[in-house]
Design a protein around this ligand. Sequence first.
Ligand code: ADP
Ligand code: ZN
Ligand code: ZN
Length: 732
Amino acid sequence: MSAQFIQVAIPVPMRQLFTYQLPEQLQSPEITAGERVIVPFGPRQLVAIVIATQTEPDIEASKIKPILSRLTDNCHFNPSLLHFLRICADYYHHPIGDVFQQALPVLLRQLKQPDISDPKLWFACTDIAEETIAALEKKAPKQYNLYRLIASHQGLSWVELRTLGFSKAQLNAIRDKDFVKEQAQPPTVFKYQAQVLIEENKHSLSTEQAVIVSAINQSLDKFSCHLIDGVTGSGKTEVYLQVMEQVLANNRQVLVLVPEIGLTPQTLIRFEQRFNAPIFLHHSGLNDRERLDTYLAAQQGNAAIIIGTRSAIFSPLQRLGLIIVDEEHDNSLKQQDSFRYHGRDIAILRARQLNIPVVLGSATPSLESLQNALSGKYHYHQLLRRAGKSTKAKIELLDVAQQQMEFGLSGTLKHDIKQTLARGEQVLIFLNRRGFAPAINCQECHWIAQCQRCNKPYTLHQGQQLLICHHCTSQKRVPHQCPGCGSIRIVPIGQGTEQLQQRINELFPDHSVVRIDRDSTRRKGELAKLLTEVTDKKHQLMIGTQMLAKGHHFPDVTLVAILDVDGALFSYDFRAAEQMAQLLVQVAGRAGRESKPGKVLVQTSFPEHPLLQDLVHNGYHHFARQALLERKQAYLPPFSFQALFRAEANYPSYPNKFLRALSELPLEGCEFAGPMPAAMEKKAGKYRFHLIVQSKSRKLLHLGVNTLIAAATENEWHKKIRWSVDIDPQDL
Ligand code: ADP
Ligand code: ZN
Ligand code: ZN
């Protein structure tokens, strides 16, 4: 008998499955788990995912509503992905419907079935005369490079070209000159052939690298986790490429997770130069249609490689053979709202489920991964030598307490910038604060413009003439007069990147300054464009937030300045020092090359601080081992496991009482910290409180969290507040 009832996951914030009836006319063909169906839910119609089928319902049949229709586009979840998402929902104690929702491209969450046409790719035209090509190379080298890239692959998507920093104008120009054309390409399952590997770009491995490649290659058919710990430029990417080669040759697919692909077009270029195989991208710069293309390419098997940011881990790859997580320490691998998963951690879960290897790489491994490596849980591989020609920049501390400052720059720093520019080299300046100024105030009565909903100062954005709250994004016109005393002496206090750019322009009028932060890179493709301009040396000075520290290598940058690290030295967050150390070492590794060694200047009022001293004199590893010792003594992660309950409401007493009631429950092997007000106690009009549950046993923590969730739904305050659980929280 075919199934008459189904259990489905629905995108609503409830931790349960729902039962529906399958009307007779919808019973054939046989329904399977993973299919999408449309169900009535209250007054709404929603897309739901079939999780299980039943011949007998588990609740009273008269209460069960029939589904409305089945989606017949064949874009269903495969059983392995379905299973994986259930593992994720369990691990993070997150509502299952929302987990499915986040794994599904927007176009597949809609009631309307998407139009699934063949993806369009770019091809080079044949029989173009040699002279014509030579003329293009001379007249328009960028267009020529674009043409060569397309010709060497025969089938590149606009997404790839755009991510690599090419513009639509360049592409249209060579199309109009009949160098390239766009064609729809029906999907074909990827099959390894000899021409997939572009042999001439392959390096012969150093002994260190060869040992790692062979260790991983020996375990391709089983689960194993490898941490490659090697400074920037030590040849990690080369190791990835040579392991991938083997996996692709076995006709399996590879998934590569990176923190932010728009920042690392070089990674993509390296892959393109090595493999003449379909590479699909998954990142925030894609529109809904492009996301669906990547999803389908993974599912139908025509993608050989998928490179993407954290949610690419949900790609429905049918023959996944290897997962690589590059820059595994990077915080952007953890989602910071609703479904708060860590891309690295669930990559390991998925590899375990599929019985395949996972490779983590970093120059500054997270303390979690390092501990797992040192304790023998992961295979630990170190690359101690630099493979290429670059050398590591030196980190120096500048004591700003002793110096005259101008616009946040000390005399020594200004002097060094001048010298660097005079040598024709580039300078990178870090300031982790967007906008013009972090606050404005009245010089007469000291009034400060504050967001009423967050009790925090508004950030001044001079360019837009707006006050923007960086916590809730509310906006306001800049007042001409002080609302307190009527004075017009309203001035900015402190300095953000926008202001720094203006000041640097004044100080170095003969050099071009570019600012790279979230505000200057909002438009699609803008980031890749600015980064290309930097590599092309159109700009000599770069100002950026930590966004600029990720993944990018700037060979002509020989001076990096970090204007302020002191906040991290005295933070309530036990991870702040780790993150600061990672940032310093990462930027030090991204500057300079052998012929032009780089220098990193760190401005601080506390040059004697033991953490800074340890890092500068003994390096990241020494620092990390010290930090691990401290964590061990304090029973902090990775020596214990944490879950964070967050609660918020319009009045502070509600979330506080709600969490207090939870904290009074007896839980085996768990300890509570809190409830306490969140570091940002008020945000967007809501008062926010935290409760941390901690245990030395992951199993007991999970049991404890289950008990707390059950109690939370019964709690008398629960309807008056919003609450959520964060497993392995990163930001406290
Ligand atoms: P990482 O990923 O650790 O930053 P890469 O793999 O990008 O390091 O290597 C840094 C540079 O060294 C690159 O230019 C790369 O082409 C080169 N390189 C890597 N491995 C080798 C090798 N075995 N022989 C020669 N050059 C190499
Ligand atoms: Zn005033
Ligand atoms: Zn606000």
